[in-house]
Design a protein around this ligand. Sequence first.
Ligand code: CTP
Length: 477
Amino acid sequence: MNVLKVGLHNRLLKEIGDLADRAGLRVYVVGGYVRDELLGKAVKDIDIVVVGNGVEFAKTVARAWGKANLVVYEKFGTAMLLLDDHKIEFVGARAESYSRKSRKPAVKEASLEEDLSRRDFTINSIAASLRGKDFGNIVDPFDGRKDLRKGVIRTPLEPEKTFDDDPLRIIRAMRFASQLSFDVEPSVLKAARKMAPRLEIVSQERISDEFLKIMGSTKPSVGLQLMFDAGVMKIVFPDVFALAGVEQRKEYHHKDVFLHTMKVVDNVAEKSESLWLRFAALLHDIAKPKTKAFKEDVGWTFHGHEEAGARMVKPIFRRMKFPMEHVPFVEKLVRLHLRPMALVDDLVTDSAVRRLMFEAGDEIDDLMILCRADITSKNPKMVEQVRRNYENVARKMKEVEEKDHLRHWQPPVKGEEIMKVCGIEPGRAVGRLKQRITDAVLDGVIPNDHDAALKYLLEIKDEILSTMSEIREKHAE
Ligand code: CTP
């Protein structure tokens, strides 16, 4: 195909082409837009390259469209226009490092071919003309379309040169391989392995951005495994790297914790688009290396790895600059990931089921997805057995839920009422009394209703308040 069919954005791009004709400029759409159109994927962001001054042309377009929201990055020679939910970026063709965010922005003017040669991969180095007389004509000096057909990530120049311009491209190669299910050409991988230490100079935000895109891809293990093999994981995510080589009993899982984790992440990705559930999968065994111990009769054990792992989530998110608002969710899932397994026993009480449902709250369905994904045994009989066990757990939960409606449950007596009834001020005693009521409901000692809880509060309050004041007095002595 020598002409790009631009489908949805035809009108917009034609208008840009008309304005370019009037200004006597050669203007092209390039990069991700062309790549995704050729792959038949939905595209939103539009990258425009101008042979000449990109910022000036962007101003011409903004004026013609009556738009006042043009953002100009003088230093980088780029400009961005937001139009509905499209982001249109303009840049002048340049001869040096392409990346706008890399440490060495360069704005030396150049030909289109030179510009394309300084981009990251051949599949991103395809341009399509927007001029009236050859609208849609494709310029593809590095055979990017062939690589798109073959499913290969290749650099337009020598890989080391391309990576030297911007080392983040090492991870971008793995990200595109993961998103598109492409292979990375061996020479590119070789250069990635050699140059991985250069990632030290790349900002954490840019690295994390690419990492999140790998986690969001259909089969995240493709990118994660490439990162591991090329020595990138060791540098950018040492905690995940440390899972490799940690042996475990293999009845339920893979022997190696890293390989097991890869499978769990992929299993979750098959069932859910949620990025943070995928992160919970990535981190569910993160504390296994530090909790590992050998017991004579049992083999390798990892006591407390779920709690220790939950505590590692926050520092990891902080260091990796992942959005902190997702920490509580990931922590909760890591902390609880073994609990449903404990409910498998036929003799398990309603109270144990209630407790887990209360603790998991709205996250119970995600927790069950994670637990099911956690079974990576190669023994089909074992897999079948555990699946059946989880069906049982899910059935028990459904029964308890139908009886007790615990999903959005709050203890039936609130803190304010406790203070009023007991004549006490806010403080630890209120929390203690509330906890006792919660326990009583979850353990089935009292029914889940307000009157029963109030009656129970009146029964226990004196004993609890007096023990607490005794403790206080002892401390005061
Ligand atoms: N680019 C590059 N080197 C980088 C970053 C970007 O050469 N380190 C070039 C590529 O030609 C790329 C284009 O800039 O296609 C736009 O970059 P970006 O928006 O980051 O990526 P897209 O290819 O558009 O892909 P996506 O939208 O999936 O991130």
